[in-house]
Write a protein that binds this ligand. Structure first.
Ligand SMILES: Nc1ncnc2c1ncn2[C@@H]1O[C@H](COP(=O)(O)OP(=O)(O)OP(=O)(O)O)[C@@H](O)[C@H]1O
Ligand SMILES: [Mg+2]
Length: 164
């Protein structure tokens, strides 16, 4: 059984780099959920993720707080979703959310707890804990069978790269 993976980052840049590392590894169709308090570093990680997915750095990644979804193109389509302001799950239908998460795109979702329970069949769950002003604990958990191998692979590469 694959166990969860945790790493510690000591700066904004390091969380960005970790996101980039994930962006290089995740296959098309991966849905990543990002849990963590306000200001924990979810968007920071997504900025790196976009870079790792090959999104041009002429795009500055900011949270789609009001529009809920931003779309980019890298080695595949990439959707950055921020559900903080989602008040009614019916809005998801208007946004075509079901189609977005079931396609070949990579999707990163901030505030996934706003989704109805069991909405996502499978995802790579990332939890960010603020340990201190600049210190974050990032935990990766496989959610659904399909992502088990991916978590194992990420763990192996983390060891190779000697992340903390
Ligand atoms: N190790 C670290 N990793 C990530 N961010 C860090 C770290 N140390 C300090 N920071 C700072 O924490 C803040 C993280 O902000 P960010 O917008 O990424 O958080 P967020 O979780 O997306 O917030 P929100 O819930 O408002 O969307 C930034 O100001 C960043 O510089
Ligand atoms: Mg954010």
């Amino acid at each position: 059984m694959t166990s969860d993976i945790s790493i510690i980052t000591y700066s904004h840049e390091e969380t960005c780099l970790f996101g980039e590392f994930l962006g290089e590894i995740v296959p098309k169709g991966t849905v990543l959920t990002l849990d963590g308090d306000l200001g924990s570093g979810k968007t920071t990680l997504v900025q790196g993720l976009a870079k790792g997915l090959g999104v041009s750095d002429k795009y500055y990644i900011t949270s789609p707080t009001y529009t809920l979804i931003h779309e980019y193109t890298g080695r595949c389509r990439f959707f950055h979703v921020d559900l903080y302001r989602l008040t009614n799950p019916l809005e998801l239908d208007e946004l075509g959310f079901e189609e977005i998460i079931s396609g070949e795109s990579v999707v990163a979702i901030e505030w996934p707890d706003k989704l109805p329970q069991n909405y996502l069949a499978t995802c790579l769950s990332i939890k960010i804990d603020t340990m201190d002003e600049n210190i974050r604990k990032i935990t990766i958990i496989s959610c659904g069978l399909e992502n088990k191998d991916l978590v194992g692979e990420i763990g192996k590469k983390i060891k190779e790269r000697k992340w903390h």
